[in-house]
Structures are given as C-alpha cells and as structure tokens.
Design a protein around this ligand. Structure first.
Ligand SMILES: *Cc1c(COP(=O)(O)O)cnc(C)c1O
Length: 379
C-alpha cells in the first residue's frame, strides 16, 4: 500500500519521478505503434502507489489497466476514470458483485471461473464483459489450450459470457533468443483465431521489446514503466523512476581490524568512516544485499549506495532498521552536508541492487515497506 509516512519523520524515502513514468509509457507506446499500451499495476503499481501511478498514466492516455486482485481493481477505479480495468486473479461468486460495482473486467483463468461469471451474469441479468486467459506453456494461470478452444466453441454457440479480450502470458520474454517465445506465440495465435473479432494481448514489458509479432491489440507492460530491466541484464533503455534513500543517522570513525554490525562478519582493512542509514530489512532493504555475512556474498559482491557523487559499499550485515556504508573515500565537507544516502535510483540502477541480493527489481520494489515515505515529483 502507498505509505502515508511523513517525510519529515521518516528515516527512509522513496522518490517517484512521474515525468520519467510518463516518458517510459510513451517510449513503450512508440515501440508498439499498432497496439494500445496498457499498464500492469498489480501490487500497488509495483510498490510505487496505485493511485498516483494510475492517475499519471491515465493523463497520458492509458486506457487499459491490469490489476492483481479484485480489491486492487476496486481501489483503482477512482484513478482510472472510464478506463478498462482487468483483474488478473480472484474471481469468486463472493467477489463477483464488486466487479460490477466498479465495472471491473474479470480475467477468467479456468472453466470454473467462466461458469461463475456466466452464472452471475444470468442471475443478475447483466452481461458484463470478461477476458479469457489461456495458458500457452507457462503452467501458471489460465485455461489449457484444449479447454480454451472448447470454451470458445461453447460460447459461440450458447453466448455464455461476453469475451472482450483473449490473453496469454510469456514465460521467457526477457531472453529474446529463447525458443519458448515463438512456441507460445504460435500457440497463442492458434487459440486467438477461435475468438474472432476479440482483441488479443500477449506482451508484458519484455514482450513489447520482442517486436511487432508479439504486440497484438493491447500490451501489458509493468516493470519497464517503472524503470526496471525487462530484457537482458545491464541493458535497460528505460528512464529510472524510483529512488530509495535512507537518512544518515550517524557518521563514525572505526579503526582497521574492527568489525561492523551483527555477527562481526567483516573486519575493516583500513581506518574507515562508516555512515549509518536509517532503513534496513524491515523496510525491504534485503538482507541478502549485505556487505558480508550472508550466503549471497559467496557468489557476488554486496550492494553499493551512492553519496556525494561516489559509490559507497554496504559494510557488514543489513539489520532491521539500519544499513552501514563505507564512506571513507568521501570528502569530509561532503559528508558534513549529506542527509541521505541513495540505495538505488538515479545513480545506482535498481537492478544492480537487486542482483547483489540475488533477486530481481520486481521483488525489491514490491517489498518496500510502509515506513518509507513516498514522494512524487515531476522530473
Ligand atoms: C505482471 C504481469 C504483467 C507485467 O509484466 P512485466 O514483466 O512487469 O512487464 C503482464 N501480464 C501479466 C499476466 C502479469 O502477471
């Protein structure tokens, strides 16, 4: 949820650059000129805040939103205006009336859900639109191919429900040479042909980057809108949107051979200056990004932040509220002025931070906690 934390009282802040968000949406729209560019806003728009993100994208012309759950769909309606809101998961008989109340479009993931929607439409005398999700090889959500074909025929015959979108999801789009991309594309085309005159959607962010064959009528980018990597590691054409900073609570001098933090896992190699920032794993700064003393460090270096124009490595273990940085090389005058240290954002890519912790930008963003104050800026 969007935090209501007051920046003056918070020890962590998340700055969300709405101008960069706008730019990324238009960038993706230019890359898929034949399709309408939608937006995946599940998990509170990847932790950025559903309301601000949806309002901003709606202003730019986004008219297709993909929410995760019915509750998210409901909370999205005010910000999304008259736009179509698709809810990816969670159609039950109990939830169905809420879909109507907020004019949400359920994504039917199984014959069972199709049955729920058709029963509910019959009972309520309303023919509300729905989307059909077909699993083309991911084995996650969606009707199996054969089921979907059978359902298409039954629906053409008996008009059970009004299908306005047929969609599927790519498992490996971030690897452009993966053979599964083509396989899923061919499977999707075959099943889409059974829903003639229904709009089609296949591409997430990485799918948009795969090129025209994958775009169809509506795209559903998420991570690329928010500035994260969608394709190959280290190759990110999007503008950074999100900056996470921790307030510097204390700067201290430590001697060579002393240690920093829980477990005393890292002995200092030289006399050092250590800055202590006021966020830790209790705020979503993953402990796996620690400078030492966690299993990830056997595989790759820990995270670095950014202070006064320099990268500053995390030292020792990240704790619940606190993270230590080695700022020995930062000039004293700069340190005296510094209030915040950047964990990732404008200067340190989100995905580098994520890689240090052995994960992906998606998990880092959606894991940021309530104590972190969100602030929205334009540029
Ligand atoms: C999350 C999601 C998306 C967006 O994926 P990104 O990789 O963030 O662009 C698109 N479609 C579905 C079904 C999703 O679950």
């Amino acid at each position: 949820m969007t935090s209501t934390a007051d920046e003056r009282l918070a020890t962590g802040r998340l700055t969300i650059d709405l101008a960069a968000l706008r730019q990324n949406w238009h960038d993706l729209a230019r890359r898929s000129p034949g399709a309408a560019t939608g937006a995946s806003v599940k998990a509170q728009a990847y932790g950025l805040g559903m309301d601000a993100v949806a309002r901003t994208l709606h202003e730019e012309g986004c008219r297709h939103f993909f929410a995760g759950t019915p509750a998210e769909g409901l909370s999205l309606r005010g910000a999304a205006g008259e736009a179509e809101i698709f809810v990816l998961c969670g159609l039950t008989m109990d939830a169905a009336p809420f879909y109507r109340e907020a004019e949400l479009t359920p994504v039917l993931n199984s014959r069972h859900e199709a049955e729920i929607w058709s029963q509910w439409c019959r009972r309520s005398g309303m023919r509300r639109p729905c989307a059909v999700h077909v699993d083309t090889g991911m084995n996650r959500l969606g009707m199996e191919m054969a089921q979907a074909v059978e359902f298409a025929d039954a629906n053409a015959r008996d008009h059970l429900v009004t299908v306005v979108l047929v969609m599927s999801h790519l498992a490996c789009a971030d690897d452009r040479d993966h053979p599964k991309n083509r396989e899923q594309l061919e499977a999707f085309k075959a099943v889409a042909a059974r829903f003639p005159e229904t709009r089609c959607s296949l591409a997430n962010s990485a799918g948009v980057l795969l090129g025209r064959d994958y775009h169809f009528d509506i795209t559903r980018p998420g991570i690329a809108l928010y500035g994260g990597e969608a394709g190959a590691p280290g190759d990110n054409p999007m503008a950074p949107v999100v900056t996470l900073e921790g307030r510097i609570l204390q700067v201290r001098a430590a001697k060579a051979a002393e240690t920093v933090g829980y477990g005393a896992t890292q002995a200092l190699k030289r006399d050092s200056t250590i800055a202590i920032a006021g966020i830790g794993y209790g705020d979503g700064v993953l402990r796996a990004a620690s400078g030492s003393g966690v299993p990830m460090r056997e595989l790759r270096p820990g995270a670095s932040g950014w202070l006064g124009g320099h990268a500053v490595p995390v030292v020792g273990r990240v704790s619940m509220d606190l993270t230590a940085f080695d700022v020995t090389d930062i000039p004293r005058a700069v340190l005296e002025q510094a209030e915040w240290v950047e964990f990732f954002g404008r200067h340190r890519p989100l995905d580098e931070f994520a890689r240090a912790a052995g994960t992906i930008g998606y998990e880092v963003l959606t894991g940021l906690g309530h104590r972190v104050a969100r602030r929205y800026v334009e540029g």
